[in-house]
Ligand binder design. Sequence first.
Ligand code: GDP
Length: 335
Amino acid sequence: MDRSTLATRLKKGDRRALSRAITLVESTRADHRAEAVALLADVADPARQALRIGMSGTPGVGKSTFIEAFGKLLTGQGLSVAVLAVDPSSARSGGSILGDKTRMEELSRDPNAFIRPSPSQTELGGVARRTREAIALCEAAGFDVVIVETVGVGQSETMVAQMTDLFVLLLAPGGGDELQGVKRGIMEIADLILINKADGASKRQAEATRADYQGALRLLRKREGDPDGFPQAMAVSAVAREGLAPAWEQMQALAAFRRETGHWGRVRAAQNRHWFEEAVRQGLIHHLVQDPRTRGEMDRLGRAVAAGETPPAAAADEILSRLLTGRGGNPTDAS
Ligand code: GDP
């Protein structure tokens, strides 16, 4: 399939075209990369905006169960839903926390849903890029809602929050009044905290945990772009499918408020700038690591620095001025 056919089919919402396009943006091969960049430009359409929802939680909190039930709720309302997984563990070890394809079985059979598991091997710096580009492709394919799921470890939440419109944190009912060691940083990026497993014997505990988090959220500085009552903590049960519709209503209310106030557009503009700058940074790093001439210079100067012959700053200047004046070779011919 040539690129223009792929673009045409993708824009019509063809799932196979979307899958192929995502495979293309995931590839690190230089020729694939050039095709991917051109494809992303071909399909870009500012008029097509999905609601992008970031969802995070530690393993076992119920993310797949929740997304399956929540996704079915949305498709039941006539909406199309894409689910993308960001698994930071796969970048490091090749292993996966988010696991195999058997997750979300019911949703994966739904014609209005598209589920894309995390690829098993990627460079760390590439995780953000391919996720952001996969979101753009789902959006171009006309999906109403794109859910980006991530495991609550490390930096992945911040990264996902920088490419989504809403951020939802899933937690389990905790013991007593302790706040489960949730870091302040993640509390600050969450728009909605959902205490999952509010059913059976843990229902009361979930309600107590919800109240604790609501109290903690009130102590946070009020954020620009939030209406009264946000960020908010709610209790839900993914298994009993309870509290999901109210959670969705709150997400929609927040999204509508942000659209009306212009906050939505400002955040998306800032996100685009951020990812543009990040792409430049990654491109430079790629050049430093991949270009044989630059690599050779790095090794030579690295030895000089280690031997105490050149100060680190002077050696860095030498590399950078070569790159910037093109004397070390053309930065675009790194292959
Ligand atoms: P993930 O690792 O965050 O994706 O979590 P899973 O969705 O795989 O769920 C982990 C375990 O928690 C499974 O045994 C689920 O059946 C269970 N679970 C998920 N949601 C709920 C819920 O709302 N209530 C109860 N009681 N168990 C749940």
